[in-house]
Design a protein around this ligand. Structure first.
Ligand code: FAD
Length: 306
Protein backbone atom coordinates (compact mmCIF):
# COMPACT_ATOMS: atom_id res chain seq x y z
CA UNK A 1 0.00 0.00 0.00
CA UNK A 2 2.72 2.42 1.17
CA UNK A 3 4.98 1.22 -1.64
CA UNK A 4 2.25 1.89 -4.24
CA UNK A 5 1.70 5.40 -2.83
CA UNK A 6 5.45 6.13 -3.07
CA UNK A 7 5.52 4.78 -6.62
CA UNK A 8 2.62 7.05 -7.66
CA UNK A 9 4.27 10.02 -5.95
CA UNK A 10 7.57 9.61 -7.86
CA UNK A 11 5.76 8.99 -11.14
CA UNK A 12 3.79 12.20 -10.54
CA UNK A 13 7.03 14.08 -9.85
CA UNK A 14 8.61 12.64 -13.00
CA UNK A 15 6.09 14.57 -15.12
CA UNK A 16 6.21 17.86 -13.22
CA UNK A 17 7.54 20.51 -15.63
CA UNK A 18 8.52 23.30 -13.15
CA UNK A 19 10.47 20.81 -11.01
CA UNK A 20 12.13 19.39 -14.15
CA UNK A 21 13.29 22.91 -15.08
CA UNK A 22 14.68 23.49 -11.61
CA UNK A 23 16.48 20.15 -11.60
CA UNK A 24 18.10 20.93 -14.98
CA UNK A 25 19.37 24.19 -13.56
CA UNK A 26 20.90 22.78 -10.40
CA UNK A 27 22.79 19.93 -12.00
CA UNK A 28 23.33 16.32 -11.14
CA UNK A 29 22.78 16.47 -7.41
CA UNK A 30 20.70 14.47 -4.95
CA UNK A 31 22.20 11.14 -5.91
CA UNK A 32 21.10 11.00 -9.55
CA UNK A 33 24.76 10.40 -10.48
CA UNK A 34 24.30 6.79 -9.37
CA UNK A 35 22.03 6.23 -12.39
CA UNK A 36 23.30 8.85 -14.87
CA UNK A 37 26.75 8.87 -16.52
CA UNK A 38 27.16 12.66 -16.47
CA UNK A 39 25.80 15.70 -18.25
CA UNK A 40 28.20 15.70 -21.23
CA UNK A 41 29.11 13.25 -23.96
CA UNK A 42 32.79 13.08 -22.95
CA UNK A 43 31.77 11.91 -19.45
CA UNK A 44 29.50 9.25 -20.95
CA UNK A 45 32.31 8.11 -23.28
CA UNK A 46 34.59 7.50 -20.29
CA UNK A 47 31.89 5.48 -18.51
CA UNK A 48 31.28 3.39 -21.65
CA UNK A 49 35.00 2.70 -22.10
CA UNK A 50 35.12 1.29 -18.56
CA UNK A 51 32.03 -0.87 -19.14
CA UNK A 52 33.37 -2.15 -22.48
CA UNK A 53 36.63 -3.13 -20.79
CA UNK A 54 34.57 -5.36 -18.49
CA UNK A 55 32.89 -7.08 -21.41
CA UNK A 56 29.65 -5.13 -21.07
CA UNK A 57 28.18 -3.55 -24.20
CA UNK A 58 26.08 -0.43 -23.99
CA UNK A 59 23.15 1.51 -25.34
CA UNK A 60 23.66 5.22 -24.75
CA UNK A 61 20.76 7.60 -24.20
CA UNK A 62 20.86 11.39 -24.37
CA UNK A 63 18.22 12.16 -21.76
CA UNK A 64 15.24 14.25 -22.76
CA UNK A 65 11.51 13.79 -23.12
CA UNK A 66 8.24 15.67 -23.62
CA UNK A 67 9.94 18.38 -25.70
CA UNK A 68 7.45 21.10 -26.69
CA UNK A 69 9.22 23.22 -29.31
CA UNK A 70 10.90 22.56 -32.65
CA UNK A 71 14.23 24.15 -31.80
CA UNK A 72 14.74 21.87 -28.78
CA UNK A 73 13.63 18.79 -30.73
CA UNK A 74 16.20 19.56 -33.44
CA UNK A 75 18.87 20.09 -30.78
CA UNK A 76 18.00 16.74 -29.20
CA UNK A 77 18.49 15.06 -32.59
CA UNK A 78 21.85 16.87 -32.94
CA UNK A 79 22.89 15.40 -29.57
CA UNK A 80 21.96 11.90 -30.77
CA UNK A 81 24.07 12.38 -33.90
CA UNK A 82 26.92 13.66 -31.76
CA UNK A 83 26.63 10.47 -29.66
CA UNK A 84 26.68 8.25 -32.79
CA UNK A 85 29.78 10.06 -34.03
CA UNK A 86 31.47 9.66 -30.64
CA UNK A 87 30.69 5.91 -30.65
CA UNK A 88 32.30 5.57 -34.09
CA UNK A 89 35.28 7.86 -33.35
CA UNK A 90 36.11 6.18 -30.03
CA UNK A 91 35.42 2.65 -31.31
CA UNK A 92 32.88 2.01 -28.52
CA UNK A 93 30.74 -1.11 -28.30
CA UNK A 94 27.56 0.89 -28.01
CA UNK A 95 24.16 1.39 -29.56
CA UNK A 96 21.87 4.42 -29.17
CA UNK A 97 18.48 4.69 -27.46
CA UNK A 98 16.11 7.64 -27.80
CA UNK A 99 12.59 8.78 -27.05
CA UNK A 100 10.29 10.04 -29.80
CA UNK A 101 8.85 12.80 -27.59
CA UNK A 102 12.35 14.29 -27.53
CA UNK A 103 12.42 14.23 -31.36
CA UNK A 104 9.16 16.18 -31.67
CA UNK A 105 6.50 13.43 -31.49
CA UNK A 106 4.05 15.79 -29.77
CA UNK A 107 4.76 18.63 -32.24
CA UNK A 108 4.21 17.22 -35.74
CA UNK A 109 4.82 14.15 -37.90
CA UNK A 110 7.07 16.20 -40.12
CA UNK A 111 9.42 17.24 -37.30
CA UNK A 112 9.69 13.82 -35.67
CA UNK A 113 10.22 12.01 -39.00
CA UNK A 114 12.79 14.49 -40.24
CA UNK A 115 14.78 14.23 -36.97
CA UNK A 116 14.57 10.43 -37.00
CA UNK A 117 15.74 10.23 -40.62
CA UNK A 118 18.71 12.48 -39.84
CA UNK A 119 19.66 10.23 -36.93
CA UNK A 120 19.14 6.97 -38.80
CA UNK A 121 21.22 8.15 -41.74
CA UNK A 122 24.12 8.88 -39.37
CA UNK A 123 23.47 5.53 -37.65
CA UNK A 124 23.65 3.59 -40.92
CA UNK A 125 26.76 5.51 -41.98
CA UNK A 126 28.53 4.54 -38.74
CA UNK A 127 26.89 1.13 -38.26
CA UNK A 128 25.26 2.04 -34.95
CA UNK A 129 21.95 0.42 -33.97
CA UNK A 130 19.14 2.69 -32.70
CA UNK A 131 16.34 1.64 -30.32
CA UNK A 132 13.21 3.75 -29.94
CA UNK A 133 12.29 3.58 -26.24
CA UNK A 134 8.61 3.14 -25.43
CA UNK A 135 6.96 5.93 -23.47
CA UNK A 136 3.51 6.19 -21.88
CA UNK A 137 0.41 4.46 -23.26
CA UNK A 138 -0.97 7.56 -25.01
CA UNK A 139 2.07 7.49 -27.33
CA UNK A 140 2.38 3.74 -27.82
CA UNK A 141 0.30 3.37 -31.00
CA UNK A 142 1.95 6.35 -32.68
CA UNK A 143 5.42 5.13 -31.71
CA UNK A 144 4.76 1.71 -33.26
CA UNK A 145 3.42 3.30 -36.47
CA UNK A 146 6.56 5.42 -36.78
CA UNK A 147 8.75 2.41 -36.04
CA UNK A 148 7.05 0.40 -38.82
CA UNK A 149 7.47 3.23 -41.32
CA UNK A 150 11.15 3.74 -40.46
CA UNK A 151 11.84 0.00 -40.45
CA UNK A 152 10.84 -0.06 -44.14
CA UNK A 153 13.52 2.55 -44.83
CA UNK A 154 16.36 1.61 -42.46
CA UNK A 155 17.90 -1.59 -41.07
CA UNK A 156 19.52 -0.29 -37.90
CA UNK A 157 16.36 0.21 -35.89
CA UNK A 158 14.43 -1.51 -33.14
CA UNK A 159 11.89 -0.59 -30.50
CA UNK A 160 10.48 -1.60 -27.12
CA UNK A 161 7.43 -3.58 -26.03
CA UNK A 162 5.95 -3.27 -22.53
CA UNK A 163 4.57 -6.38 -20.82
CA UNK A 164 2.17 -4.41 -18.62
CA UNK A 165 -0.07 -3.31 -21.53
CA UNK A 166 -3.08 -5.41 -22.55
CA UNK A 167 -2.46 -4.50 -26.21
CA UNK A 168 1.07 -5.91 -26.25
CA UNK A 169 0.33 -9.41 -27.52
CA UNK A 170 -1.63 -8.04 -30.50
CA UNK A 171 1.12 -5.49 -31.19
CA UNK A 172 3.70 -8.25 -31.26
CA UNK A 173 1.65 -10.31 -33.70
CA UNK A 174 1.41 -7.31 -36.03
CA UNK A 175 5.09 -6.48 -35.67
CA UNK A 176 6.16 -10.01 -36.55
CA UNK A 177 5.93 -9.25 -40.28
CA UNK A 178 8.83 -6.81 -39.78
CA UNK A 179 11.10 -9.41 -38.06
CA UNK A 180 11.81 -6.74 -35.49
CA UNK A 181 14.67 -6.50 -33.04
CA UNK A 182 12.75 -5.80 -29.84
CA UNK A 183 13.66 -4.88 -26.30
CA UNK A 184 11.10 -6.45 -23.96
CA UNK A 185 10.43 -4.69 -20.65
CA UNK A 186 7.80 -4.75 -17.90
CA UNK A 187 6.93 -1.05 -18.36
CA UNK A 188 7.86 2.02 -16.32
CA UNK A 189 4.98 4.52 -16.55
CA UNK A 190 1.88 5.05 -14.45
CA UNK A 191 -0.99 3.58 -16.47
CA UNK A 192 -4.66 3.04 -15.69
CA UNK A 193 -6.14 -0.41 -15.17
CA UNK A 194 -8.13 0.26 -18.38
CA UNK A 195 -4.96 -0.23 -20.44
CA UNK A 196 -2.45 -2.07 -18.22
CA UNK A 197 -2.40 -5.01 -15.81
CA UNK A 198 -2.60 -3.51 -12.32
CA UNK A 199 -1.22 -6.64 -10.61
CA UNK A 200 2.52 -7.38 -10.72
CA UNK A 201 1.91 -11.13 -11.04
CA UNK A 202 -0.06 -10.58 -14.27
CA UNK A 203 2.65 -8.32 -15.66
CA UNK A 204 5.25 -10.98 -14.86
CA UNK A 205 3.18 -13.68 -16.51
CA UNK A 206 2.71 -11.60 -19.64
CA UNK A 207 6.42 -10.79 -19.65
CA UNK A 208 7.26 -14.51 -19.75
CA UNK A 209 4.69 -15.01 -22.49
CA UNK A 210 6.15 -12.33 -24.78
CA UNK A 211 9.75 -13.40 -24.14
CA UNK A 212 8.79 -16.90 -25.31
CA UNK A 213 6.76 -15.62 -28.27
CA UNK A 214 9.49 -13.40 -29.59
CA UNK A 215 12.36 -15.83 -29.11
CA UNK A 216 10.50 -18.75 -30.68
CA UNK A 217 9.54 -16.61 -33.66
CA UNK A 218 13.27 -16.39 -34.38
CA UNK A 219 13.52 -12.65 -33.78
CA UNK A 220 16.36 -10.90 -31.99
CA UNK A 221 15.28 -10.39 -28.38
CA UNK A 222 16.67 -8.11 -25.70
CA UNK A 223 15.31 -9.15 -22.32
CA UNK A 224 15.62 -5.92 -20.33
CA UNK A 225 15.05 -6.66 -16.67
CA UNK A 226 16.71 -6.88 -13.27
CA UNK A 227 14.31 -9.60 -12.20
CA UNK A 228 16.18 -12.85 -11.54
CA UNK A 229 13.06 -14.92 -12.14
CA UNK A 230 12.79 -13.53 -15.69
CA UNK A 231 16.50 -13.98 -16.30
CA UNK A 232 16.40 -17.63 -15.16
CA UNK A 233 13.26 -18.20 -17.23
CA UNK A 234 15.03 -16.87 -20.33
CA UNK A 235 18.11 -18.99 -19.67
CA UNK A 236 15.99 -22.15 -19.38
CA UNK A 237 13.98 -21.30 -22.47
CA UNK A 238 16.99 -20.72 -24.71
CA UNK A 239 18.57 -23.92 -23.43
CA UNK A 240 15.42 -25.96 -24.02
CA UNK A 241 14.86 -24.61 -27.52
CA UNK A 242 18.54 -24.43 -28.46
CA UNK A 243 18.30 -20.75 -29.26
CA UNK A 244 21.74 -19.48 -30.23
CA UNK A 245 23.47 -16.88 -28.04
CA UNK A 246 23.57 -14.40 -30.93
CA UNK A 247 19.75 -14.25 -31.06
CA UNK A 248 19.24 -12.64 -27.68
CA UNK A 249 20.81 -10.50 -24.99
CA UNK A 250 20.13 -9.25 -21.50
CA UNK A 251 19.88 -5.54 -20.76
CA UNK A 252 19.99 -3.64 -17.46
CA UNK A 253 20.15 -0.02 -16.42
CA UNK A 254 23.40 1.69 -15.47
CA UNK A 255 23.86 1.65 -11.69
CA UNK A 256 21.31 -1.09 -11.03
CA UNK A 257 22.26 -4.69 -10.12
CA UNK A 258 25.81 -4.04 -11.31
CA UNK A 259 27.17 -7.29 -9.87
CA UNK A 260 24.54 -9.31 -11.68
CA UNK A 261 25.54 -7.57 -14.93
CA UNK A 262 29.11 -8.78 -14.48
CA UNK A 263 27.99 -12.29 -13.57
CA UNK A 264 25.90 -12.65 -16.72
CA UNK A 265 28.71 -11.29 -18.91
CA UNK A 266 31.16 -13.72 -17.25
CA UNK A 267 28.76 -16.59 -17.91
CA UNK A 268 29.10 -15.73 -21.61
CA UNK A 269 25.79 -13.96 -22.18
CA UNK A 270 25.62 -10.73 -24.13
CA UNK A 271 24.93 -8.11 -21.47
CA UNK A 272 24.05 -4.56 -22.50
CA UNK A 273 23.93 -1.64 -20.09
CA UNK A 274 21.62 1.31 -20.74
CA UNK A 275 23.73 4.40 -20.05
CA UNK A 276 21.85 7.70 -19.84
CA UNK A 277 23.57 11.08 -19.81
CA UNK A 278 22.59 14.71 -20.30
CA UNK A 279 21.12 17.59 -18.35
CA UNK A 280 17.49 16.40 -18.50
CA UNK A 281 18.01 13.57 -15.99
CA UNK A 282 15.15 14.35 -13.64
CA UNK A 283 12.21 12.34 -15.10
CA UNK A 284 14.45 9.32 -15.63
CA UNK A 285 15.72 9.56 -12.06
CA UNK A 286 12.19 9.78 -10.61
CA UNK A 287 11.11 6.64 -12.51
CA UNK A 288 14.07 4.75 -11.03
CA UNK A 289 13.01 5.85 -7.53
CA UNK A 290 9.41 4.86 -8.28
CA UNK A 291 10.52 1.35 -9.25
CA UNK A 292 12.22 0.85 -5.94
CA UNK A 293 11.45 3.25 -3.12
CA UNK A 294 14.35 1.63 -1.20
CA UNK A 295 16.56 3.69 -3.53
CA UNK A 296 15.35 6.79 -1.69
CA UNK A 297 17.06 5.61 1.49
CA UNK A 298 20.24 5.06 -0.49
CA UNK A 299 20.03 8.59 -1.94
CA UNK A 300 19.29 10.19 1.45
CA UNK A 301 22.33 8.40 2.95
CA UNK A 302 24.46 9.75 0.09
CA UNK A 303 23.30 13.32 0.69
CA UNK A 304 23.92 13.08 4.47
CA UNK A 305 27.49 11.98 3.79
CA UNK A 306 28.26 15.11 1.66
C1 FAD B 1 17.74 -1.60 -20.51
C2 FAD B 1 16.37 -1.17 -20.09
C3 FAD B 1 15.63 -0.36 -20.92
C4 FAD B 1 14.33 0.02 -20.57
N1 FAD B 1 13.56 0.74 -21.46
C5 FAD B 1 12.27 1.01 -21.14
C6 FAD B 1 11.39 1.65 -22.07
O1 FAD B 1 11.76 1.97 -23.21
N2 FAD B 1 10.12 1.89 -21.67
C7 FAD B 1 9.66 1.53 -20.43
O2 FAD B 1 8.47 1.75 -20.13
N3 FAD B 1 10.46 0.94 -19.54
C8 FAD B 1 11.75 0.68 -19.85
N4 FAD B 1 12.55 0.06 -18.93
C9 FAD B 1 12.10 -0.06 -17.51
C10 FAD B 1 11.27 -1.29 -17.27
O3 FAD B 1 10.02 -1.17 -17.90
C11 FAD B 1 11.05 -1.49 -15.75
O4 FAD B 1 10.39 -0.38 -15.22
C12 FAD B 1 12.33 -1.70 -14.96
O5 FAD B 1 13.25 -2.46 -15.68
C13 FAD B 1 12.03 -2.43 -13.63
O6 FAD B 1 11.46 -3.68 -13.88
P1 FAD B 1 12.25 -5.07 -13.75
O7 FAD B 1 12.01 -5.84 -14.99
O8 FAD B 1 13.67 -4.84 -13.43
O9 FAD B 1 11.48 -5.88 -12.62
P2 FAD B 1 10.96 -5.49 -11.17
O10 FAD B 1 10.03 -6.57 -10.79
O11 FAD B 1 10.48 -4.09 -11.12
O12 FAD B 1 12.28 -5.58 -10.32
C14 FAD B 1 12.95 -6.80 -10.06
C15 FAD B 1 14.11 -6.53 -9.13
O13 FAD B 1 15.07 -5.72 -9.81
C16 FAD B 1 15.65 -4.77 -8.94
N5 FAD B 1 15.28 -3.40 -9.41
C17 FAD B 1 14.34 -3.07 -10.31
N6 FAD B 1 14.31 -1.72 -10.52
C18 FAD B 1 15.24 -1.21 -9.68
C19 FAD B 1 15.68 0.11 -9.40
N7 FAD B 1 15.17 1.18 -10.00
N8 FAD B 1 16.67 0.27 -8.49
C20 FAD B 1 17.22 -0.80 -7.85
N9 FAD B 1 16.84 -2.07 -8.09
C21 FAD B 1 15.86 -2.28 -8.97
C22 FAD B 1 15.09 -5.06 -7.58
O14 FAD B 1 15.94 -5.97 -6.94
C23 FAD B 1 13.76 -5.71 -7.89
O15 FAD B 1 13.30 -6.54 -6.87
C24 FAD B 1 13.82 -0.37 -19.30
C25 FAD B 1 14.56 -1.20 -18.47
C26 FAD B 1 15.83 -1.62 -18.84
C27 FAD B 1 16.57 -2.54 -17.94
Amino acid sequence: MMEQAMRNFFLFLSKNKPITKMAKKYGLQFGAARFVAGERINQAVEVIKELNKKNLCVTIDYLGEFIDNEREANEMADHCIEAIEAIAREGLDSQLSLKLTSMGLDLSDEIVMSNMRRILEAAERHDVFVTIDMEDYSRCGKTLEIFKQLKKEYDHIGTVIQAYLYRTEEDMKELDAYSPNLRLVKGAYKESAKVAFPEKKDVDENFKKIIKMHLLNGNYTAVATHDDVMIEYTKQLVKEHKIPKDQFEFQMLYGICTERQHELANEGYKMRVYVPYGTDWYGYFMRRLAERPANVAFIVKGIMKK
